[in-house]
Every structure is written in structure tokens, then in C-alpha cells.
Design a protein around this ligand. Structure first.
Ligand code: AHM
Ligand code: MG
Length: 282
């Protein structure tokens, strides 16, 4: 496990460098979910595969950009599911983006995740590791190493709200819930990149990020294996909660590698509000 996390640090530095130096344009290809890929999605996926293929404990990997898993070592204990460059369509406007990794034992169901790591490519390069607790690291340009910064813990209640999905397709009860939270004093913090949006909630002590089911996408947009389970693990370990409206996200299984689910990540107070809104509605 430690070896995988160390490799992710090397991956983060290499992807960060690619973001700064390579063409930010679109590729001529779509991924399995039908998203048009940018060239950096493909480059980042190759960087991750190259590094993880050298780790003996990695049995296989699967990513948002791959249709099927790639097998490395059948004696390896761990499976790694990752999104190499989440929010890549924001790179051309120079907003922050990220990489997300879930490390699993057995299969890729939410209950089998044993660690999660995400990387934020922002004004500074940061990395968050969730195992027994959640720890923030920042890349130090002088030493070329990641310095430990602090533990991340959520408060009972936050002040910010990241409401995703196409608003005209929100269900009326969802809209009412969001409106009420704004009336309560929550402030809008939404960039369209789930990594920086969730990172902000985690570092500012709490709040709510929602990517609900909508009339156009009843099962939401965000993928269980590559985006949802890793962040659900992070929020649980940081003292918050992550649900699909009704159930703990980490209790969900998957049918296909690229399955999506509605998702809500937050501190305890906001998740209680979501549970009360969604009770009996799913
Ligand atoms: P991506 O993996 O193709 O980048 O998509 C995931 C991103 C998330 O970072 C973000 O929360 C969401 O898509 C926003 O999507 P949209 O603008 O389509 O609502
Ligand atoms: Mg993604």
C-alpha cells in the first residue's frame, strides 16, 4: 500500500508537468462513457498505467478512460480504480483539476475500498491520502517532495454548497432543498471540477456537494469506481458522510465498471438534510 501511495506521488508530479507543458486541446476520441477526451486525459492515463505497472502489489487497474481492467500481477493484493484527470475540460480555462484513486481488495465494490488518494492540480500541487485518517500533503518545489501539512477533519456543519447537475433538470424537491440551504446562509462554491470542489469543503471544515439524479440523468453523472467510492471513503474517514440520497455510498455494489450514481458528500448536518428530503423518493 505504501508503495502504491509513493507511486501516486510520482504520478502527480508527472501529470502536473504534463498539464503545464502539453497541448490542452481535444483528442479525436471518446471514452466509454461518451465523454470527448482531451489529449491530456489519454496522456495522464498512460502516466498512471506506466507507474502502477511497476508495483508488485497491484493486481490490476481500471480507469475512467479504459473499457476493461488491465492485468499486471495475479499475486498482487490490490486493485486500483482511478480517474487520471478529472475535470479535464476545465484545463483550457485554467481552473483546478485533479486525479482520483481508489485502492480495493477483492473486488471494486464500495465495501472493499481500503484507501483513497486524490491529487489537486491548482496553484499548488496537493495530495490527500485517506487510510485510517485523512492527511493533506503539499509538494515542495525546493525539495521535490510532498510535505505533510495536517490532518483533515470535518465539523458537524459547514457553510458552503456545491450543487451540481443541470439545474433545469433538477427534481422540484431537490431544488427546494438547495434553495432552503441558501436561505439558511450557505454560500455557493462550485467550479465544475469535483476534486477542487470537494477539496474546498474538506479543507474549510464542511458543507455539501451534490451531484443528484436529474430528469436527463436519473442515475447522475459521476462514476462509482473512479469518482464516487474514493471520495465517499475520504468523507467517511474525515468524519463526514456520503450517500446516494438514501444509502451509504460505500454500501453500493457495481454492475458495470462505468456505472454512475447520484451522490451527496458533506458533513453530518447537511447529509441529514439530504436524507430528510430524499426519504421515500428513490
Ligand atoms: P470528467 O471525469 O469527464 O471530467 O467529469 C467529471 C466532472 C466532475 O469533476 C464535475 O463535478 C462534473 O463532471 C461536472 O459535470 P457537468 O458540468 O457535466 O455537470
Ligand atoms: Mg472524472
Amino acid at each position: 500500500m505504501t508503495e502504491i501511495i509513493e507511486k501516486i506521488k510520482d504520478i502527480a508530479v508527472e501529470i502536473s508537468d504534463a498539464i503545464k507543458t502539453k497541448d490542452t486541446g481535444y483528442a479525436d476520441t471518446c471514452n466509454i462513457s461518451g465523454d470527448i477526451q482531451v489529449k491530456l486525459d489519454v496522456i495522464s492515463d498512460d502516466i498512471v498505467e506506466k507507474h502502477l505497472s511497476c508495483v508488485n502489489s497491484v493486481n490490476e487497474i481500471i480507469s475512467e478512460e479504459k473499457e476493461e481492467p488491465v492485468k499486471f500481477n495475479e499475486n498482487g493484493k490490490y486493485l486500483v480504480a482511478y480517474d487520471p484527470l478529472d475535470g479535464s475540460s476545465l484545463i483550457d480555462v485554467n481552473l483546478s483539476v485533479g486525479s482520483i484513486f481508489g485502492i480495493y481488495k477483492g473486488d471494486y465494490s464500495g465495501e472493499n475500498i481500503v484507501a483513497a488518494v486524490y491529487v489537486v492540480y491548482g496553484p499548488r500541487l496537493e495530495l490527500v491520502v485517506a487510510r485510517d485518517n485523512v492527511e493533506l500533503f503539499r509538494f515542495n518545489e525546493k525539495t521535490q517532495n510532498f510535505d505533510y501539512i495536517r490532518e483533515i477533519k470535518l465539523n458537524e456543519k459547514g457553510k458552503i454548497l456545491g450543487p451540481g447537475g443541470t439545474q433545469k433538470c433538477w427534481y422540484p424537491y431537490h431544488k427546494e432543498m438547495i434553495d432552503n440551504l441558501f436561505k439558511e446562509g450557505y454560500r455557493l462554491r462550485y467550479s465544475g471540477g469535483m476534486v477542487p470542489d470537494l477539496h474546498q469543503i474538506l479543507l474549510k471544515g464542511g458543507g455539501l456537494f451534490a451531484y443528484p439524479g436529474t430528469t436527463d440523468k436519473p442515475k447522475g453523472k459521476l462514476r462509482k469506481l473512479f469518482e464516487v467510492f474514493p471520495f465517499a471513503y475520504v468523507f467517511n474517514k474525515a468524519g463526514g458522510l456520503a450517500i446516494d440520497g438514501e444509502n451509504d455510498l460505500l454500501k453500493l455494489s457495481y454492475q458495470g465498471f462505468h456505472d454512475t450514481t447520484p451522490c451527496f458528500f458533506g458533513s453530518n448536518y447537511e447529509i441529514e438534510v439530504v436524507l430528510n428530503t430524499y426519504k421515500g423518493r428513490k
